[in-house]
Design a protein around this ligand. Structure first.
Ligand code: PAF
Length: 288
């Protein structure tokens, strides 16, 4: 079983002990409800040179708006620990909200431009919550490498920006999206879907694939590509928050023409669940 730690001090002591033996530490920050997508991040951290991997499990209240699903976010610690054990994770860090944000806490980390659009447009405090907790996790663990999934594309780009701007000595990996056999991007929130919603949810992948195939055939008009993606999603989902094409590096909006450095990003709602997905246009979408 991995070593279970609960406070920043305990996490630091565990990681320092590895470093004292000359072992490089990798960190995989999560909110739990772990699935194979998370485990691919553990593997990615190892492939990037971490001899020891710590996984943090913390449902971070700071990144949820009062109207969002903080209370009902899935909490599955026994299963998460078993999965970490099966994947030879060395340390699992499970702080309480009080360990993370003791009374008097008042310091936040905010990345400005890249957080204003897409997710940030409708969830104004979300990325400030993410960067604050990730900065704290980096400070406590001191990892050489940290792995994030590209499903949360804007989150990955935001964390990269934070690390660059604040000279944090950590190599941030953006790992390929892990998909179910039918293409649905793996997500802890997929557990919310009932069987009918789960069957319909694959439309998000169908939409992105349709746009990507058209891009492959030479289509560059943003209006055409977003219409192609939106059609199956609108038919299967209850509402679409956005279907957008943006610059893959800084997420500035592409309104007319999608160039080589373009990413398509989608957020849509099915029943009470909000799903996101994305793909770099021109890259093969990998399933399984
Ligand atoms: O992607 C997530 O699960 C969370 O946003 C993260 C990075 C663990 C921060 O709470």
């Amino acid at each position: 079983m991995p070593t279970l730690v609960h406070t920043p001090r305990e996490l630091r002591a565990a990681c320092d002990a590895f470093r004292a033996r000359g072992e490089r530490v990798g960190l995989v920050p999560t909110m739990g409800a772990l699935h194979e997508g998370h485990m691919s991040l553990v593997a990615a951290a190892r492939n990037a040179g971490a001899q020891r991997v710590a996984v943090s499990i913390f449902v971070n209240p700071l990144q949820f708006a009062p109207t969002e699903d903080l209370a009902k976010y899935p909490r599955t610690l026994p299963e998460d620990l078993a999965r970490c054990d099966a994947h030879r994770v060395d340390v699992v860090y499970v702080p309480s909200a009080l360990d993370m944000y003791p009374p008097g806490f008042q310091t936040h980390v905010e990345v400005e431009q890249v957080t204003r659009v897409l997710e940030g447009a409708t969830r104004p405090a979300h990325f400030r919550g993410v960067t604050t907790v990730v900065a704290k996790l980096f400070n406590a663990a001191g990892p050489c490498v940290a792995a994030f999934g590209q499903k949360d594309y804007q989150q990955w780009r935001t964390i990269e920006r934070m690390v660059r701007d604040l000279d944090m000595p950590v190599n941030v990996l953006g790992c390929a999206i892990a998909r179910e056999p039918d293409g649905l991007a793996m997500s802890s929130r997929n557990r919310y879907l009932n069987p009918d919603e789960r069957a319909r949810a694959v439309a998000i992948y169908a939409g992105i694939s349709a746009a990507n195939e058209a891009f492959g055939r030479g289509e560059r008009a943003v209006g055409t590509l977003t219409t192609l993606a939106s059609r199956p999603i609108a038919a299967a989902f209850d509402s679409i928050d956005y279907v957008a094409i943006a610059d893959a590096a800084d997420l500035t909006d592409r309104q007319v023409e999608a160039g080589e450095q373009a990413v398509m990003l989608v957020a849509a709602r099915i029943g009470k669940t909000r799903l996101i997905d994305n793909a770099r246009l021109g890259e093969r979408l990998v399933i399984g």
